[in-house]
Design a binder for this molecule. Sequence first.
Ligand code: PMP
Length: 305
Amino acid sequence: MFPAMVVQTSKSPGQGDAAATSLKIFINGRLVDKEDAKISVYDHGLLYGDGVFEGLRSYAGRVFRLEQHLARLWDSAKAIWLEIPMTRQAMADAVNDTLKVNGLEDAYIRLVVTRGAGSLGLDPNRTSDPQVIIIADRIQLYPRELYEKGLEIVTASTVRNHPAALNARVKSLNYLNNILAKIEGLQAGCIEALMLNHKGEVAECTGDNIFLVRAGALATPPTDAGILEGITRQAVIELAQQAKIHVREMPLTRHDVYVADECFLTGTAAEVIPVVKVDSRPIGSGEPGPITRKLIDRFHALVRG
Ligand code: PMP
């Protein structure tokens, strides 16, 4: 367990505004200046992507669904035999402290737990203590106009990880599967790309879950389609149910996407964003639809509420 939090700074007092505004990063129970936030090059998080992470948001100083993110982090860690050296309460406190010390209200928070420094072999038993890192920084959203006009995406040829190889429900530091698909999207001029699972069904996008609207009802792939169980996905399912919009978690094909009336993505960073073109085909009218707009409004009300 980590000792009580210590705020460390390498800058001497009176060094000016830049020093005063230097971001503080949480590492293993200490808050240090961004420039001093370092871990070993022998850390298996770096050498092998051996570790887990979470991305969270705070709105007006309040972290959105903190407990759910921590539950997912602890599940991810358990799945890879990684013991997080803190209690969940201590982690929650550390997240809030990191936000506060940086004076951030609307922020993106990255929580990382690595396996720790070890030998150059894979053996996780030969590593030291897991490293716990919390970064709270300003949020970089997709350009505002994309929320009004909608995104264009393409299907990547990179298939989503087979769940029996590395389950997508584990939010591990090894994101190469998603990065390869993201590169395909970027090469096609799109900032997101659709990924199919090993059965050829729709899974999710590289950093977002996907929803379709057909005949006034929502459809989204089930978690056993090999997807991350998105916190925003769950929030949107709840909002839809409150709005008496029927939601079905069901296997979907690209055909379902092409003939949908509306399509949108959900994610902590993206929130709810309309998709208006997939693989060069306009979705529905080719403009963000009424149900998508309604859910965007309700999501904004939820996070600010
Ligand atoms: N799928 C993947 C692969 C992701 O990385 C993310 C972002 N964490 C999501 C879906 C959306 O999940 P959430 O709503 O919890 O951010």
